[in-house]
Every structure is written in C-alpha cells, then in structure tokens.
Design a protein around this ligand. Structure first.
Ligand code: 5AD
Ligand code: SF4
Length: 492
C-alpha cells in the first residue's frame, strides 16, 4: 500500500517552497500526500522561528498529533526547518515522541531520514553545523543537490511557482533569527535558476516569484563575470510562455538603479516592490541595526517611484521594539502617513533567544502598548490602502486569474464551480499586485484578462472582464498608484 505523508507549514514563502521540495522528494520515494493527519504514515511540521507565536503554533500542532502516535506507534513525526535548526533540545524535551528533527539545510535528506527512523526506530537529527566552519559549504551543497524536479501539486496554483535564488542572510538585524536559522547569504548560480525557470514554464507555469531574504542583494560572481538581480531577471525575461516575474523581499540599502531600470523596462516584471522599513525612528533603526535612517529610506522610496512610474510599494513594521518610546512610535506613524504604502505587514516585537537584541536590550514595551501601536499603525495604513484602491477605480488592469475567490472557495457548490461554463466569482492579481475580484467562468483560470475596475475596498478591487470591443470605452491610464492588498505570507 502507498505510504501517506501529511505536512503542515508555518511561516514565509521560503518555507512553502521547502515543503513543496520535501513532498516532491518523498513522492519520488513512493509517498502520496494526504490532508488528513489520521491517515498519514509520516507527519511533517515545517516550522518558523521568527516570532514566538509561530513556534507556539507548532508546539500545539505537535500536542494534537501525540494521540495519533499513541494509537499508531509506527507513525513517523518530523519537525523541519527553522525551529529544528534552532531548538533541537527544546523540541526533544517538549515533544519527546518526535522522531526526526531536520534543519533548513538538510531537507534534501528527509526521505533517507524517514527510512532510517523506520528501520531503526531511533530518532534522527540532521541540522547544520552553523554559520562558521563547514556551515557555508554544507548549506551550499545541500541546496544545490536539492534542486529537484518540482511537484506542481503543492504550488499556490499550477501556473505560479516560487524559485529560490538566494539562501540565508548576512544583515544581522538585531531582532532577527534568520541569519542563524538560514545560515550565511549565498546566491545560486544564474544558470541553475534559468534552467529551473525553463523547466517550470515547460510544466505550464506562467509566473515565477524569485525568493531571497534580501533578494535584491543577489549577486553571483564567477571569475570576472558578475550577475546582479537585474541581469538575472533580464536573462529569464524572454523565456517563451513566462508571463510574470516577481521578487521578494528587498533590503532598502540594496535597491540599486539598475534593478529599478529593469523593473520599469521589462514588461514581464511585476511593478511591485516589497521593501520593509521596520520603523520610522532613527534611534530604533540604529538599535535594530538596519544600517539606514528614515530619511534614507524615504529617498529610496522616491527613487523607486521616479524610476518606476506607478510602482506599488509595501513594507513591514515591527512595533514595540526595545526602547521604542511614544515619540519614536509617532515618527513611525508619520512615516506611514507620508509613505503611502500599498500595504504593510505590522508585527509586535517578539524577543528571540540568541539574537543581539535579546542579549543587549530589554524587551521593555508592555504587550498592551505593542497591541495599541499595532492597531494605530494599521488604521493609518488602512486609510492609505483605501485611498490607493479608490484611485484605481476607472482604470483597466491586467489580471492573472488565480482561481475562485475566497467567497467561492468557502461556498459549498463544488460541482457547479468545476463546470467550465458556470459563472463564478474569480480572483487574481494585477501587475501592481492588487487583488482583483470579478465574475467569470472557470475557463479564465490561468489566463491573463483585462479587467475594468468599478469598485474598491481597502483590500480588494472589483471589476468586470473586458472583451476587446469594450476596451476603447474605458480609460487605460492608471492614476497615482500605491495600492493596498495583501499577499498571504510575509517573507522573512
Ligand atoms: N519580532 C517581530 N517581528 C519580527 N520580524 C522579524 N523578526 C521579528 C521579531 N523578532 C518581522 C520583520 C520582518 C518580517 C518578516 O517579520 O518585520 O520583515
Ligand atoms: Fe536578514 Fe531580513 Fe532578518 Fe534583517 S530582517 S536579518 S535582512 S532576514
């Protein structure tokens, strides 16, 4: 009988991609995916350590499957990813029934480790040596060999895929665990990336999202030849069948003009930049070790908008970081007001063991103050999002249709929805990353259609599919564009 694997993923797009790769590898070893834990022979938890809340989620999920293991002792339980890398001891203590702990750089070994658990019933531990000594080569070797034929069934949609172009991070923001859980920054050779993109397009993929913790720091040096992110994108732009290229997440100090020129000039590149600022207060930014001031960020933002007209920009914020006073927070509020981001992801500071901030600065902002600041910032952002979305009304946007809208997905008329001719509510994204909802038939899914925007809420645009005949009747000039919407998972 085929063995079944169940996987739960917490965290960023990098983790979603890792899970896709792990499942791809297990399928090649004869496993099938199940979404019912009780049916699974192998239960995997791909984890995130960025905030305590993410870790709590994993521990409660592990608590739930403990009973399954009691009823079916042969079940293999594995903890993968960032928590596995960072907290082996704590996991073993809190969930001694876990059979496998596999760090971010060792995920390619999951099938082998599952087989070992089965054969020996001994727990298996595979984590990176760390950032020093063998760390760099170990991670490099593991992710290159771990660049397999992909498993389309795990993708957000069959025509959208993530492509890792870089792993790790060397920035060491003081609040962040990523440099220790994901290791040193390494860029993949461009030929590997171009090959993977061609392979994805051959499988029917139309949109690729290039992933890196600081994706715009991407640079691959081979002798005298240097490939920057702009070169990498240019090198894949003309792959026939590829329609859209996105990249996340950007680091403000590495936003160079050559990249912005490429975003403007290359029609397949999505006109959307996620560039987290984190705070609007210079003292806080300094304690965070972000290496820029609020003024520097605002200049960078102005350059993005000048070089890429109508570009959408979004940001991340941490509120309640160590030593954040009401005055510092007021500066962040002011920055959000004037920056007019399309959308922002706002997080309450969560102290992480092992980071510089945890060592150096007390976590001195009470939780209720963090909560209030989070809400206050969100209110200002939502106002900006509403204005931006309203500005889109009357324009025509190109939407890659992703599938039924959330409302439709939760409706129960499954049979009807799958009928190609049935009119249903669909959703997709514009070239500026706005979420657009409209009525159409399932035949449109996976296609790029033009939508006349007729209405807007702070998070969604609404409109009608245009046939070529009616295009002329509607203004196609976009108005000032910095618009709201959300992608589902922030990238760490
Ligand atoms: N606490 C709260 N938020 C954090 N982030 C990273 N580390 C922490 C932390 N310790 C946020 C940053 C980053 C996003 C992905 O997560 O805003 O950009
Ligand atoms: Fe690196 Fe981003 Fe974490 Fe800073 S916040 S250390 S840039 S992953």
């Amino acid at each position: 009988m085929t063995q079944k694997v169940y996987i739960e993923t917490v965290g960023c797009q990098m983790n979603v991609l890792d899970s896709e790769l792990v499942i791809g590898a297990l399928r090649r070893h004869g496993y099938d995916l199940t979404d019912t834990p009780a049916d699974a022979d192998v239960l995997l938890f791909n984890t995130c350590s960025v905030r305590e809340h993410a870790e709590d989620k994993t521990y409660s999920a592990l608590g739930r499957v403990r009973l399954l293991k009691r009823d079916k002792p042969d079940t293999v339980i594995g903890v993968l990813g960032c928590m596995a890398q960072k907290d082996q001891e704590a996991i073993r203590k809190r969930a001694p029934y876990v059979d496998m702990i596999v760090g971010t750089g060792q995920l390619g070994a999951v099938p082998e480790l599952v087989a070992k658990v089965r054969a020996t019933r001994e727990p298996q531990l595979a984590v990176s040596l760390g950032r020093t000594d063998g760390g760099r080569n170990e991670v490099e070797a593991s992710f290159i060999s771990y660049d397999p034929a992909r498993d389309p069934s795990m993708r957000p949609t069959p025509f959208q895929a993530y492509v890792r172009i870089q792993i790790g991070c060397d920035k060491f923001c003081t609040y962040c665990v990523v440099p220790s859980t994901r290791g040193p920054e390494q860029s993949r050779p461009p030929e590997h990336i171009w090959g993977e993109v061609r392979q994805l397009v051959d499988q029917g993929c139309k949109e690729v999202t290039l992933l890196g913790q600081t994706v715009n720091s991407y640079v691959y040096t081979d002798g005298d030849r240097k490939t920057r992110l702009s070169d990498l994108i240019s090198g894949m732009h003309d792959v026939p069948g590829l329609e859209r290229i996105k990249f996340v997440t950007n680091y403000p100090k590495d936003m160079t003009d050559d990249l912005l020129d490429a975003v403007r000039e290359l029609p397949k590149v999505v006109k959307y930049l996620h560039v987290p600022v984190q705070s609007g207060c210079d003292e806080v930014l300094k304690r965070m070790k972000r290496n820029y001031t609020a003024a520097y960020y605002m200049e960078m933002l102005a350059r993005c908008r000048e070089l890429v007209p109508n570009v959408s920009v979004s940001s991340d914020f941490i509120v309640g970081f160590c030593g954040e006073t009401e005055e510092s927070f007021a500066k962040t509020m002011e920055l959000v007001r004037v920056a007019a981001f399309k959308n922002s992801f706002i997080f309450k500071y969560s102290e992480r063991g092992g980071t510089k901030a945890a060592d150096r600065y007390p976590d001195d902002v009470p939780d209720d103050v963090k909560k209030r600041r989070n809400n206050d910032l969100l209110l200002v952002q939502n106002e900006n999002s509403r204005t931006d979305h309203r500005n889109q009304v009357g324009t025509v946007v190109e939407v890659l249709v992703e599938g039924p809208s959330r409302r439709e997905r939760s409706a129960s008329n499954q049979a009807n929805r799958e009928e190609a001719s049935h009119v249903t509510q669909l959703t997709g994204r514009s070239m500026a990353d706005h979420i657009v909802v409209f009525d159409g038939t399932a035949r449109l899914i996976g296609r790029t259609v033009r939508i006349a925007i007729t209405d807007a809420s702070p998070f969604t645009l609404y409109g009608d599919v245009l046939t070529d005949e009616v295009v002329g009747a509607v203004s196609r000039e976009p108005t000032a564009s910095v618009a709201p919407s959300r992608f589902s998972l922030p990238l760490v």
